[in-house]
Design a protein around this ligand. Structure first.
Ligand SMILES: Cc1cc2nc3c(=O)[nH]c(=O)nc-3n(C[C@H](O)[C@H](O)[C@H](O)COP(=O)(O)OP(=O)(O)OC[C@H]3O[C@@H](n4cnc5c(N)ncnc54)[C@H](O)[C@@H]3O)c2cc1C
Length: 531
């Protein structure tokens, strides 16, 4: 008789125990960054964060893992039994409850401590549930857009603002943003969705082809005003007052939900508008500038945080696993190749995290800046969107490989999900080439009045004079070649140099920001010893 030999003694228990008990706030490096950010309100903020990350790193993380399973992905029901078109978005009960709990935190409320909302959002990103973090970013943009014109918006919009920011009887309004159309998402000025004025509001007719968080209560929508060349920006309620209980949507249909590479928990729809009531925000001819300057800027900052939080989670869990798992004669981190890769992951997590908070602080304090400093900040936000989202994909791939085959198993680690979501972060809110081209145009225009050397010194104060000169000359040369006209051998090479040049500069910026915090570890040695 043949006896089957099976290693049934092998267990991952110790690794899981340590991983699942490790609080996201138990991170010396991060505590240092956050205390520097919050300054005098740090002690109070720390108290708030303790209970928040305790839930987030345990209960909520388990719930998120459940929501991420394919059988729980959102679905769309077009009709009820009585032939009424409802376009109901069906999300798992756990997802709806978690969403309500997270929004119930009132992240945007005036009662929150300085930076409390953004720090909590960073932690939420670490759980990798785009069905929650995407609508939070969109709600941020919705609130900021309304606040920019608060005195002049109609009463209905003021109500929307209160609902999203402070809540109504504990229920908080959720935002979305629909700008992309089928003929091009990057080119918002080419929008064809029509807005027809009707009294104090407008009505929308046409299609939006990428509509994430389609379950939201309100959306920020760009559309062309009938009979003009103007693309304006609007706030559109998903239901008009009294219609939500009957699921009668505000003059639009959701044609389908997209089947996506990543952010699978987030319902992304395609919408046909047929007379939706819309409230214009700001001047009719400034819609694109407002949508980009107010709404997309916030989403781009948010992508910096998402990328940093994904890599931080990956680096911490990879460190634990590499200390736990034996391969051949030692643990994974006992091999120089793996040890160097873990160092690289840790360094990336630190660079990206420190930079995301640094830029957010600059953004929050920009009222005190002059015009050139504001230009510098705008470009740095674009650079972070480009290079952090790109690096997150690379670092997640590395983290997966450190886990070997287990790295590819969806319920062994969250890395496959974070990897796919990182790919999406590269694409939405402006893909790489669009943003690199934007930077090119910005520099080509500004250099007519401000020397490039001065701009580079303002953006990268850590650089030596020699480096400033060297980079400024390279920028001048590329601008002289023109990478926007039709391709030829010279401008193709110049375009490649443009991308690598900014990559180098942004990396050096990250290292300079990191300098003050570098020494601190992301996992305490005592924790690693327990594994
Ligand atoms: C999962 C997911 C969810 C999304 N959700 C939303 C949403 O909720 N709301 C919303 O409005 N949009 C959403 N989008 C759309 C996203 O913002 C667009 O896909 C993106 O803006 C790019 O538009 P596009 O897909 O039409 O690509 P295109 O604009 O066709 O671009 C294609 C390629 O051309 C390049 N390119 C375009 N213009 C230029 C230029 N001037 N110079 C150089 N290169 C250029 C781009 O970099 C890209 O590589 C979502 C996308 C995804 C993947």
């Amino acid at each position: 008789m043949v006896h089957l030999k099976k290693n049934s003694q092998y267990t991952f228990e110790r690794y899981l125990e340590v991983r699942d008990q490790l609080d996201d706030l138990d991170n010396p490096f991060l505590l240092n960054v956050l205390s520097e950010l919050a300054q005098e309100s740090w002690q109070e903020l720390y108290g708030e964060l303790l209970s928040f990350t305790n839930k987030l790193s345990t209960e909520w993380r388990m719930t998120v893992n459940e929501i991420a399973r394919p059988e729980n992905h959102p679905k769309l029901r077009h009709y009820d039994a009585y032939n009424n078109r409802i376009d109901r978005i069906i999300r798992p009960a756990e997802g709806v409850m978690l969403s309500e709990e997270v929004f119930g935190e009132g992240l945007f409320s005036a009662e929150r401590l300085p930076y409390e909302g953004i720090v909590k959002r960073y932690f939420l990103h670490g759980n990798g549930e785009a069905g929650i973090t995407c609508p939070i970013a969109c709600t941020d943009g919705l609130i900021a857009l309304i606040e920019a014109f608060y005195e002049e918006v109609p009463e209905e919009v003021k109500e929307i603002h209160t609902h999203a920011k402070e809540g109504r009887d504990g229920d908080f309004g959720v935002g979305a943003q629909f700008m992309s159309e089928i003929q091009g998402g990057s080119n918002i000025p080419a929008n064809v969705l029509q807005a027809i004025p009707e009294g104090s509001h407008y009505r929308l007719y046409g299609n939006k082809f990428f509509c994430s968080a389609v379950h939201a209560d309100y959306s920020v929508v760009t559309a062309r005003v009938e009979g003009t060349d103007h693309v304006a920006v609007f706030v559109v309620p998903s239901y008009l007052p009294g219609d939500q209980k009957n699921e009668r949507r505000n003059g639009y249909r959701i044609n389908r939900l997209k089947w996506k590479l990543g952010t699978a928990e987030l319902p992304s729809g395609e919408i046909d508008y047929d007379g939706a009531v819309a409230y214009r925000i700001g001047p009719e001819d400034r819609g694109v500038a407002l949508a980009v300057g107010i709404v997309l800027t916030r989403s781009r900052l948010d992508i910096g945080f998402a990328s940093a939080a994904f890599v931080m989670r990956a680096a911490r869990e990879a460190k634990l696993y590499a200390r736990f798992r034996h391969v051949f004669d030692r643990t994974i981190d006992g091999f120089p190749m793996a040890a160097a890769q873990i160092d690289e992951l840790e360094s990336a997590a630190k660079r990206m995290t420190a930079t995301a908070f640094h830029l957010y602080k600059m953004f929050s304090e920009q009222e005190e800046s002059d015009e050139l400093q504001r230009f510098a900040l705008r470009e740095l936000i674009l650079l972070q969107k480009i290079y952090s989202s790109k690096e997150a994909v690379d670092q997640l791939r590395l983290a997966i490989s450190l886990f070997g085959g287990h790295g590819a198993i969806e319920d062994f680690t969250a890395f496959p999900r974070l990897f796919r979501d990182s790919m999406v972060n590269e694409l939405w809110e402006g893909p790489r080439n669009v943003l690199l081209t934007q930077i090119y145009r910005d520099f080509a225009k500004l250099r007519q009045t401000v020397p490039v050397v001065k701009v580079i010194t303002t953006m990268f104060p850590h650089l030596s004079q020699a480096d400033v000169q060297q980079y400024s000359s390279r920028i001048e040369v590329i601008i002289g070649i023109d990478v926007v006209e039709a391709p030829n051998p010279f401008n193709k090479m110049a375009a490649q140099n443009w991308e690598s040049l900014w990559g180098e500069l942004f990396l050096s910026f990250q290292y300079a920001v990191l300098e003050a915090f570098e020494e601190q570890p992301i996992v305490r040695e005592e924790v690693l010893k327990t594994i």
